[in-house]
Design a protein around this ligand. Structure first.
Ligand code: DX5
Ligand code: ZN
Length: 214
């Protein structure tokens, strides 16, 4: 399993050091949760903060936008050095226009679905995107409980991708730790985000190694 530590759970007083710590601990991606206080009831950080830490590692930046109008900010996050930008199908921006904008900047595009959003909402875009991110908690906060009943979405999306003859990367986000990652692996997830699972561990490298083993 590929592991993307969620920087939402890092010590923000030393975010740069935390990025380097996750790099050394073997992170496959850095997952950066951008929240605007409108799409979700929480505010985190934006493109300037991502830009400030981008130069500290070569590990790809997986930027998860939980914002109402992603289309308006794609240039900012591309300029900040995002490698993957995912945004929610439930957001207000035109989905196809936002995907096209992300790709026009040479960045990989992904769509995110909240727990109540059916898998089929991403089907019309599978041929245009690199990744689908399935939320396994309600977006907004770290440290919530994993929703196992989201996992059937994985096989639904795989089946539809196969029918369309396209390949797709599937990521899961929320409540993933040593006790829940096995189910994600069985379901066929490619990348697991883990915030508290990695940052609250005594030793991040051991935690990531154990998660990667699934
Ligand atoms: C939730 C974020 C997640 C979150 C994961 O809105 O998208 O990335 O930080 O944190 P844990 O692993 O603690 O659920
Ligand atoms: Zn996230």
């Amino acid at each position: 399993m590929k592991i993307a530590p969620s920087m939402l759970s890092c010590d923000f007083s030393k975010m740069g050091e935390e990025i380097i710590r996750m790099d050394k601990a073997g992170a496959d991606y850095m997952h950066l949760d951008v929240m605007d206080g409108a799409f979700v009831p929480n505010i985190t950080f934006g493109a300037p903060v991502i830009k400030a830490v981008r130069g500290l590692t070569e590990v790809p930046f997986d930027v998860h936008l939980m914002i109402d109008n992603p289309l308006n900010y794609i240039d900012d996050f591309a300029d900040a050095g995002a490698d993957i930008i995912t945004f929610h199908v439930e957001a207000k921006s035109d989905i196809k226009a936002t995907i096209d904008k992300i790709k026009s900047r040479g960045v990989k595009a992904g769509l995110v679905i909240k727990p109540d959003t059916p898998a089929k909402t991403v089907y019309p875009y599978l041929k245009d995107i690199y990744m689908v991110l399935i939320m396994t908690v309600e977006p907004g906060f770290g440290g919530q409980s994993f929703m196992e009943n989201m996992l059937p979405k994985v096989s639904d999306i795989r089946r539809e991708a196969e029918r369309q003859g396209v390949s797709i990367t599937i990521e899961a986000d929320g409540g993933i730790n040593e006790s829940t990652i096995g189910k994600c692996a069985e379901a066929g997830i490619d990348i697991c985000v883990s915030g508290t699972g990695v940052f609250k561990a005594e030793n991040a490298k051991n935690a990531i190694d154990r998660l990667k083993a699934f």
